[in-house]
Design a protein around this ligand. Structure first.
Ligand code: PHE
Ligand code: ZN
Length: 885
């Protein structure tokens, strides 16, 4: 818990470290009720600074200092100063050795930061500032050191002892203990340090790098999970090959290890040579993990692997630069996933996620730039803005420079800064060098928060055959920032003729036309682009592929949207047209929902869906995306003040109407797809993902008709499917249907079948917590009392509390405020155990400004109640402080 009032850390106050740590020698003695950590630090005054010797201030938290010596001389208590967060002493020479022993209690560490125990194994999580909970250290990413680590533990319970780098020595001790020493030849910041000790089994493979070196690949898991490693291992090998081919990046150690742990705050961690994964983000087999989980694993394994260059070999100078590694690495993993699967579908998924969640963050009280200027608790800044918007910023650079120059720029960046801790400016500078362009204005994407808006209007003059596009950009004020300067916005566009073909594009000052699409660089607050030789009135296709993370307003008629959905030459924009059409239709129903039981529904939506379903040559993956209505969360974001209950009801109404209108063709298509699924073995590849996605999407629509034949089909799919994708989708349909008895039976048989598999039970919890049927609060209360639920396990918390508060709209937003009060209770409880989780789970309540007055008041009341509930962690304090008016 917090012992000092949290302070603001400010980018402009960055100073070089006074001292450096050349070598770090650690020895861990692991015991059941405590651990001793011996550290020998070979240090020196930072040679880049003057030759005075300022006091040395090491970071340290929750450490019990047992022993401290400087150059072999024991220090007495008067020779150093201890506070709750630091150890300060006065060096006597420019080069010295500091040795310390501390005692810590990993078994009582519920925050899951530093060294902790998870399901009988010891593991660590050091990013961002967890290393200071292991030993006294300069815990900042610009202090890079060579690590040697020895682990001692009891051999029977902890036969496997791992750390970064290569094992160099090992031995047995009396009393059944043993030890292993690891040496990491690469300098690294402490946040990339890791150890693991446990009774783990290992799946092995090898990879031959582009220069012909053989790398041993090992996945360490609990023995019951050995059959869930193949997909992760395949993903790893694909990632290693892809990074060589696409970025010229070769792996640099002889071993690459992945460890799966059950208790983990985040998805995974890129520790050098020893990635540690939340088991849900790496373990999968057909029977227990959905297609979505398989795809998520492929991308997270890639993400962590890619960090070996973008993050580890070249790291961040300070935590304000977090997006330097995260934005770039998310961009890289999204390119990888696009190459491995359907690129358009990947783009659609990413954009839907960004616009629903990151846009909401950017419009709320926690809004911050991609490179923040100040924070209290860095853990609160592992955000959608740093990750997803950061990736969009890199993507725009890629669009502006083009594939080839971007690659040159990334090569230069890695070459220039290998082994260094650098800034976002250094990344941009490398791109400037190779392209010769000035990216000064572009850098506003790093410093200005908020989602820019583009208002686009056009006019066509038949007589002169000219077409004008006028683009106005603006960006709303965000906390601490007003009067934003114009951004550089790459606007990818095409002009379509009446047949839907792309017309030639020639700007007034150009001598020749381009065909297809082009990227306009929007740089001013208002700008007009004049196209010449435009033979007929065009329909513009704008922001193709979502070429910039902005909200675009262009006044398309509904007929134009229908046309674009069927004919746009850009797959993403086809989908986007359909989304806008559906959104308009739903919004119309929202306006009527409290007035009438039978709101008027624009028939064009059902008509175009019917046409799409009848189109045999349409890729099933695309069809599934087209048929998916915008999520409730996304619709909420379209309102200044949303009524979540009306939006939920309207979306349900439209879905139901579509289901009845399209029942026959949907059933026919469903049955055809289901037949293929029955006849083919499960394969985790794009084509099969697409089929199952469409199949499940159709089933969900069909179940809305409450037809008994459909219900039987659903029960059949639930009962006999050989894979979790079909089984879970059927279960979700049942759980959300009025067939309560069938749903109950299905839930029971599911729980019985998968009782021993916590990752499957997480899905069982979450499908119920997310249910849209009334009575949600009682349901989650009940789930919390299930013997398999544990508030100490983040995956369980996300499955129950998270699923309820982000997906069960009508229950979470219940008019009596009971949903909000429930979340507040859980946040208060969590904060005592795991502050990072508490702060994360709170986020739905911080979005109060987006809602109607009634909801606003209820949400704020709960925020205040949390604030007054007693001593708060710095994590929770910061979020509350920023989100209360
Ligand atoms: N750096 C990790 C990743 O992106 C995320 C992480 C952050 C994990 C902090 C744990 C703690 O991949
Ligand atoms: Zn990352």
């Amino acid at each position: 818990m917090r012992t000092e009032q949290p302070k603001m850390i400010v980018l402009s106050e960055y100073r070089l470290p006074d001292y450096l740590i050349e070598e770090t020698h650690l020895t861990f003695e692991l015991h059941e009720s405590y651990a001793l950590v011996h550290a020998r630090l070979v240090m020196q005054r930072n040679p880049g600074l003057d030759d005075t010797l300022p006091p040395l201030r090491l970071d340290g938290q929750q450490l019990e200092l047992v022993d401290l010596a400087l150059d072999g001389q024991q220090l007495s208590a008067v020779e150093y100063t201890l506070t709750a967060n630091s150890l300060e002493l006065q060096p006597q020479r420019a080069a010295f050795e500091l040795t310390s022993t501390v005692r810590i209690e990993p078994q009582n560490n519920t925050a899951l930061e530093g060294l902790y125990k998870s399901s009988g194994m010891f593991c660590t999580q050091c990013e961002a500032e967890g290393f200071r909970k292991i030993t006294y250290y300069l815990d900042r990413p610009d202090v890079m050191s060579r690590f040697t680590t020895t682990i001692h533990a009891e051999k029977h319970s902890y036969p496997v002892l791992l750390s970064n780098g290569n094992p160099v020595a090992s031995g047995e001790e009396e009393n059944g203990r043993h030890w292993v020493t690891w040496e990491d030849p690469f300098k690294k910041p402490a946040y990339l340090f890791a150890i693991v000790a446990g009774d783990l089994w290992c799946v092995e493979d090898t990879f031959t790098t582009m220069s012909g070196r053989e790398v041993a690949l090992r996945m360490y898991v609990e023995p019951e999970n050995l059959d869930k490693c193949q997909h992760g291992m395949d993903s790893l090998k694909k990632s290693m090959r892809w990074d060589e081919e696409k970025y010229g990046r070769e792996y640099d150690l002889d071993i690459f290890m992945i460890v799966a742990v059950n208790d983990f705050n985040m998805g995974a961690m890129e520790n050098k040579g020893l990635n540690i994964f939340n088991s849900s983000c790496v373990l999968a087999k057909a029977e227990t993990a959905t297609d979505a989980a398989h795809q998520r694993i492929e991308s997270i394994v890639a993400h962590e692997y890619f960090h070996n260059w973008s993050g580890n070999r070249v790291t961040c100078r300070d935590w304000f630069q977090l997006s330097l590694k995260e934005g770039f690495t998310v961009f890289r993993d999204s390119q990888f996933s696009a190459d491995m699967n359907s690129a358009v579908v990947k783009r659609i998924e990413d954009v839907a996620y960004l616009r629903t969640h990151q846009f909401a963050e950017d419009a709320g009280p926690m809004a911050h730039p991609v490179r923040p200027e100040a924070y209290m608790e860095i853990s609160n800044f592992y955000t959608l803005t740093i990750y997803e918007k950061g990736a969009e910023v890199v993507r725009m650079l890629h669009t502006l420079l083009g594939e080839e120059l971007f690659r040159k720029g990334s090569d230069l960046y890695f070459e220039r800064h290998d082994g260094q801790a650098v800034t976002c400016d250094d990344f941009i500078a490398a791109l400037e060098t190779v392209s010769g362009s000035d990216l000064t204005q572009f850098k506003r994407w790093y410093s200005q928060a908020g989602t820019p808006r583009l208002a686009i209007t056009d006019s066509y003059d038949a007589a002169s055959q000219t077409y004008q596009l006028t683009v106005k950009q603006s960006c709303p004020d965000t906390p601490g920032q007003s009067n934003k300067q114009p951004f550089v916005i790459p606007l990818s566009m095409a002009l379509l003729n009446a047949q839907g073909a792309a017309m030639p594009l020639q700007l007034a000052n150009e001598s020749a036309a381009l065909t297809g699409e082009r990227v306009l660089a929007v740089t001013e607050a208002e700008q007009t682009f004049t196209f010449i030789h435009v033979a007929e009135q065009p329909l513009p296709s704008l922001l193709r592929g979502f070429s910039a993370p902005v909200i675009m307003d262009y006044d398309y008629s509904r007929d134009a949207l229908v046309f674009l959905l069927q004919h746009d030459t850009d797959g993403f924009n086809r989908w986007e047209a359909g989304q806008q059409l559906a959104l308009q239709v739903i919004e119309e129903v929202v306006a009527q929902i409290y007035e009438t039981d039978e709101p008027m529904l624009d028939t064009r939506l059902a008509e175009v869906f019917t046409a799409l379903l009848a189109q045999d040559d349409l890729d099933p993956a695309m069809l599934a995306e087209f048929l998916a209505l915008p999520s409730t969360g996304y619709i909420i974001e379209q309102y200044e003040h949303a009524d979540p209950l009306a939006i939920h009801l309207a979306r349900e109404y439209v879905s139901n109407q579509l289901a009845f209108a399209l029942k026959a063709p949907m059933l026919e298509r469903y049955q055809a797809l289901r037949k293929v699924s029955l006849e083919t073995a499960y394969v985790a590849q794009a084509e099969d993902f697409a089929r199952r996605r469409l199949q499940n999407m159709l089933l969900a629509y069909l179940m809305r008709t409450e037809d008994l034949e459909v219900m039987d089909a659903c029960l059949d799919q639930f009962g006999v499917a050989d894979n979790m994708t079909e089984r879970l989708a059927a279960l979700a349909c049942l759980v959300n249907s009025p067939f309560v008895d069938e749903a109950q039976k299905a839930l029971e048989s599911f729980a019985e079948r998968f009782a021993d598999d916590p990752l499957v039970m997480d899905q069982w919890f979450s499908v119920q917590a997310a249910s849209l049927l009334p009575g949600g609060l009682e349901r989650v209360q009940h789930l919390l009392h299930h013997p398999d639920f544990s508030i100490k396990n983040p995956n369980k918390v996300r499955a129950v509390v998270g699923a309820f508060s982000t997906q069960s709209t009508p229950n979470f937003h219940a008019l009596d405020g009971s949903g909000y009060a429930f979340l507040a209770d859980k946040v208060i409880e969590l904060d005592r155990l795991n502050p990072q989780m508490a702060a994360r789970m709170l986020s739905p309540l911080t979005r109060w400004q987006r809602f109607d007055l009634h909801q606003q008041e209820l949400m704020q009341a709960q925020l205040k109640r949390i604030k007054n509930s007693g001593e708060l962690s710095a994590d929770l304090f910061e979020v509350l402080d920023k989100s209360l008016p």
